[in-house]
Every structure is written in C-alpha cells, then in structure tokens.
Design a protein around this ligand. Structure first.
Ligand code: FUB
Length: 319
C-alpha cells in the first residue's frame, strides 16, 4: 500500500514537472524568431532553427520548425514543414516569418536571401494544414530588395508580419531600419497598391501588428541590442502613438524577435533569448510569457521568466 502510494506520488511529480517545463520552450534545439497562430484551440509555434556552431560568427538557418500545444505548457514537435528549398528562387537564410489563416488555408510569409536579386526577400508559402507541408504560393518573392530604396543595405526587407483586419483587408508589414507595409489582395499572395513607410522611434526590425478590444498595436524591436516596444492606433495603418518598452534587452543575444497572440481567453508574447547552455548571438531559444493589458489598454511591462505562463488547457484539445 505504502509502496503504491509512493509510486503514485512519483508519477504525479513527474507529470507535474513535465507540465511545468517552462522557458526556454525547447531544450534540444536552438530556436529563434517565433511566429504563432491560435487555431481550433491549439497554438502553433513556428521558429527558425539556429544551427550555428558554438563559436559561430553568423546565422546558420536552413529551415523552420513547427510545434503545437493544447495548454501552453506541453509542446508537440511537428518537424520542419518548409525550408529554404521550398522557395526555388531563394539561396539561404531561413530568417523570421509570420503566419495567418484565410479561407481554410495557412499562409506563411518568410524571409530568405534571394538567389538572383541581391539582398533579402520575402516569400509566401501555403498549406491546407497549420503543421504543413507548405509549398511556394507564387513561385517568386512577394517583396525583393530592389522594390525598396530607403536604405542601401541588403537586409532591409526582412521580418514579415501579416495582419487581416475585421473588414477583410490584409496587410504585410516588414523591414529593418525602415518599417514598411503594403496592402495584400484577397488572394494573400499579391501586393495591392504601393509600399508605404512607417515612422516609429528607434526602429530596428521585427514588426508585429495585432488588435485587442478595438485598438491596433504595432510592436517592434527597438534599438540594438534590441528591446520590444509598441505604439497604439485607431487603424491598421495608424496614426501611431508611442507607448513604450514592454520587454527589456537580452543579456547576451542582441535580438529579441517577438509575436503576440490571443489564445483561449489569454494573451501571450513569444520571443527569443540566449538562455540555453552554450546559447548566444546565433544560438537562440524561443520562450513565452503571458501578456497583460492595463484597464486603459496599455500593455504591462513583461519580465522574462523561467516558469513561463500558467497552464491554459483548451477544452477539447488533445495531444
Ligand atoms: O534570425 C535572423 C534575424 O535576426 C531575424 O530576421 C531578425 O528578426 C533577428 O531576430
């Protein structure tokens, strides 16, 4: 009897440990640039895989990985549903991405280095499932470096963020040093009109756009090393009022790329840091925290934690 209850206790302690795995989310791989989607009670998380050696001097990123969770604590690995080769016109650099769902299809916008047009570019891949597999939706980049002339660097067209407004209009935001956006056609794979620039303070990269209780939130990585800052506005294109910093800089890694979603009645911010052993500039780790709004709609400062958010099981979601 005593032995049985000891065993039961050990099992429940093990279950509790698994259920409170905490941050960083994945201990067996370096993962960066989180994008997230809440879909049918399950959260899908998309990350670029950092494969640089411990003494690596640059990013080595060839593929994106997908994970999902029913409770924000236990994560299931779905492998890599797309990589640089998904885009025949790309040559390397599976950098930051974002995802959305429209008409039952999943559209994944991602940064890659273009094979023939110098500089980074943005591709769009499509799938019938949030876990993929994804295929190139247009056979060419939707944004290339030669479409924008505000800076003469080759990496100013990175970090796509896709947003579909309540009226059905979709927007693609992106940029490094200069934030840009363009409207998308209903088919989600073509620009609809000119590219616009957006002035936000100390913009570096990693734009994100979301809406909460009728207010639009434009967030980005500010300065370098980066911290996460945001503005609010009355529409998907502003005008924007600067509201401040919501997450402070990482200890070692200079980037902090984030994504914000609402899921199962709560809000979350995914980001990356350097907290896995041997982690650093090119060996990053995805993490998540609950995000809280103040009664006036401003976002509370978000400390990075080892615990991550409390379990939030979605009814009916399993596995
Ligand atoms: O992962 C490569 C680049 O580093 C991303 O595109 C940026 O957002 C930064 O995280």
């Amino acid at each position: 009897m005593f032995k049985k209850s000891l065993l039961a206790c050990a099992i429940s302690m093990a279950a509790a440990a698994a259920a409170h795995a905490g941050n960083p989310l994945f201990k067996d791989k370096f993962t960066a640039d989180p994008a997230a989607l809440s879909d049918n009670g399950r959260v899908y998380l998309y990350v670029g895989r950092d494969e640089a050696e411990e003494n690596g001097k640059d990013y080595l990123m060839k593929e994106w990985l997908v994970y999902s969770s029913c409770d924000m604590k236990n994560w299931k690995a779905h492998g890599s549903p797309l990589n640089v080769q998904t885009f025949a016109w790309a040559k390397k650099d599976a950098w930051a991405a974002d995802i959305t769902k429209r008409d039952g299809k999943y559209y994944f916008y991602s940064t890659v280095a273009h094979a023939t047009i110098p500089g980074k570019a943005i591709g769009v891949a499509v799938s019938d499932s949030p876990a993929g597999p994804f295929k190139d939706a247009r056979g060419s980049a939707i944004i290339t470096n030669d479409m924008t002339r505000e800076t003469d660097i080759g990496w100013d067209d990175i970090d796509p963020a896709v947003f579909i407004d309540d009226d059905g209009q979709a927007y693609l935001y992106w940029g490094n040093q200069v934030m840009k956006y363009v409207k998308l056609k209903r088919n989600m794979i073509e620009a609809d009109g000119p590219i616009h620039t957006v002035a936000v303070p100390h913009f570096t990269e990693a734009t994100y756009l979301h809406k909460h209780k009728g207010t639009y939130y434009l967030s980005w990585s500010r300065e370098f090393p980066e911290e996460t800052a945001y503005s609010t506005g009355p529409s998907a294109t502003g005008p924007w009022t600067y509201r401040g910093v919501i997450m402070k800089k990482n200890a070692v890694v200079k980037t902090i790329h984030h994504a914000i979603i609402e899921h199962n009645g709560k809000s979350y911010i995914f980001y990356h840091n350097d907290k896995l052993p041997t982690g650093g500039e090119f060996r990053r780790s995805a993490a998540v925290e609950e995000l809280h709004y103040n009664p006036d709609g401003t976002i509370r400062f978000i400390p990075q934690t080892d615990e991550g958010p409390a379990a939030n099981p979605s009814p009916g979601c399993q596995g």
